[in-house]
Design a protein around this ligand. Structure first.
Ligand SMILES: Nc1ncnc2c1ncn2[C@@H]1O[C@H](COP(=O)(O)OP(=O)(O)OP(=O)(O)O)[C@@H](O)[C@H]1O
Ligand SMILES: O=C(O)C1=C[C@@H](O)[C@@H](O)[C@H](O)C1
Ligand SMILES: [Mg+2]
Length: 173
């Protein structure tokens, strides 16, 4: 199967992607971890050392490469659709795109409960973070084959919803 999860930082892409891959017995790829493997930098460290614009270019190359996988569940980084060309790459790929959505408050609650630091969280004001969240919802929506409202759902319930929708779809991969 070829499935990629998109959504705002902290909504649960890595958590759900890992569980979905295990459940479907498919290889799992996390694009942020792949970025680290390829460049030797975490996304945050790379942006700090170089720039967000340079990060987005490298991230796009990694996205392109991983969308060649014949079988995988991929969790993307929250800003992977920032470049219009990255949106086009995802839209024209064979991957089935699942958008993990939630209310802003739920998303922020998950972020605050997580020990893993998000550089954008510390750089932005509360207003800036909300604006970014709003802008990005349209990007995720524009590429999604399936949108799941994850409010109040545990990861296993989200995985169950994705799998039940996949059963109704033509095979992806
Ligand atoms: N459905 C859920 N309900 C409650 N908490 C969740 C859910 N999914 C994930 N979480 C928690 O939210 C936090 C962020 O999850 P995760 O790292 O999977 O997000 P992400 O979308 O991959 O973020 P990023 O874009 O920064 O990589 C973690 O602490 C995780 O345990
Ligand atoms: O939302 C974002 O722009 C980001 C989310 C993370 O997954 C990382 O890809 C990086 O920290 C940037
Ligand atoms: Mg993640």
């Amino acid at each position: 199967m070829q499935i990629i999860l998109v959504g705002f930082m902290g909504v649960g892409k890595t958590t759900v992607g890992q569980l979905l891959a295990n459940t479907l017995a498919q290889p799992f790829i996390d694009l942020d971890a792949e970025f680290n493997t390829v460049t030797g930098y975490t996304p945050g460290a790379y942006m700090h050392q170089f720039s967000e614009a340079q990060f987005r270019q490298v991230e796009q190359q990694i996205l392109k490469t991983q969308l060649q996988q014949p079988q995988a569940v991929i969790s993307s980084g929250g800003g992977v659709l920032t470049l219009p060309t990255s949106r086009e790459i995802m839209q024209t790929s064979d991957f089935y795109v699942v958008y993990l959505a939630s209310d802003f408050a739920v998303n922020i609650g998950r972020l605050k409960g997580d020990s893993h630091p998000r550089p954008l969280m510390t750089k932005l004001t509360a207003h800036g973070l909300h604006e970014l969240w709003q802008t990005r919802q349209a990007h995720y929506q524009s590429v999604a084959n399936l949108t799941i409202n994850t409010n109040g759902l545990i990861p296993a319930a989200i995985v169950a919803q994705i799998i039940s929708k996949l059963d109704e779809e033509p095979i992806h991969g």
